[in-house]
Design a protein around this ligand. Sequence first.
Ligand code: ADP
Length: 447
Amino acid sequence: MHRRNLGILVLLATLSLAGVVLTQVIWLNRAKQYEQEKVALQEQQQRQLDKQFSDRVTIALTDVTERILSITKDPSDLFDAVKQERPNYYAVTINDTIHPYLLEALLKQEFKRRNINEDFEYGIYDCFTDSIVYGNYVSLHDSITADTSKHTKLLKLNKDGHYFGVYFPRRTSSIWKPKSGGTITWIYPAVVSFIVFAFFAYSMWVIFRQKRLGEMKNDFIGNMTHELKTPISTIALSSEVLSDPDIAKEPDRLHNYARIIRSENERLRQQVERVLQLAKLDRGGLKLNMEPVDMHEVIMEVAQSFEVLFDERSGHCSLDLKASNAVVDGDRMHLSNALFNLVDNAIKYSSGPPQVRISTSNDHRKLYIGVADRGIGIRKEDVRNIFERFFRVHTGNVHDVKGFGLGLHYVAETMRSHGGKVTVKSTWGDGSTFTLELPLGKAIAKT
Ligand code: ADP
């Protein structure tokens, strides 16, 4: 993807994400404001209703008291007789004996007249003995009068003289509580925002990964074309020379050109082999021909195949094969290729004469093969990428080494398919050590 297109895509995605979040915040705030206004209004209405109710009850009870006193005593004692003790409990002081049936009849009458359609309990108290003398529950709906023993909920108040109390059991609390839906209101948009954000982050990750892979693939094609072009043109030149009839007169030259063609052909074969390895990996992993493989033998073979190269560059390869058991179950060809790639890199990425040390050790489960060099080393930020397909360190002018960025990927895949792994320790400027870990072969590990 073009860099500018990617920039536009990221910008648009960020803007739309910010838009979604902002809209949600605005709507949430509005919803909260609306909810608060609704609660305040409902509280106010409830308070008004409560006040109306208590006014009506107070007036009704005053009327009841007045009527009782008018029968027995002077009604001028009425001042401040009715007191609301709780939102649902009223106490009425009458310094006289109250007849329960008269009281109940008057209460019913007055409540009906004042449109107070609520069940109530009343109790008459004798303040000298401080005990209830009579109590009853009055249901206005079914007009069934309960037994006097059901007055247990009546409150007892210490007061001088006689008094009676009226309690409205259905009016539990006058404080209106809003339903607790607030948390749910914001959890839903928060979850949606989170999902959108996760989707956005994941898409960006995929796009950037694809972009990087695309760039690496382009590098790979460039490298490969370059690597193939050189042997092809050398072979073309050599075969042109060989087609000259006079060449037969110079057998040494003829021999030399034939050798060049053979070695360039071998180079071509190796390059093609690498690309084929990649194609195999791409098609779903390596197909392994499993057999017991003595890795000490493999190491010695690989080291031998590099002898000429080490000599050419005045380098040295030392072997330190200490493992008491070096037999693994695996595919000899792939294991040999993997080791070959590591030694090849150790030579390629050494600026002076290559100094390589191959060592082995084992515990009761695994074989460890170390390939250490004193080469250019790898920067910390690159170490985590070197096993990726097509990855090559951008070294600028530090070294000009040809490669496809496939060797270490192949090593990692080979180890993975053998149930092992490859790790690396490297210091920039001071060399690297790659370690292969392979499970020991089962047949021999038991002995
Ligand atoms: P290639 O060698 O074809 O580029 P590899 O997959 O073998 O691909 O290696 C990936 C990168 O890791 C290389 O480009 C190189 O920068 C770095 N690398 C690999 N082995 C070594 C080593 N022994 N020392 C320093 N750098 C290394």
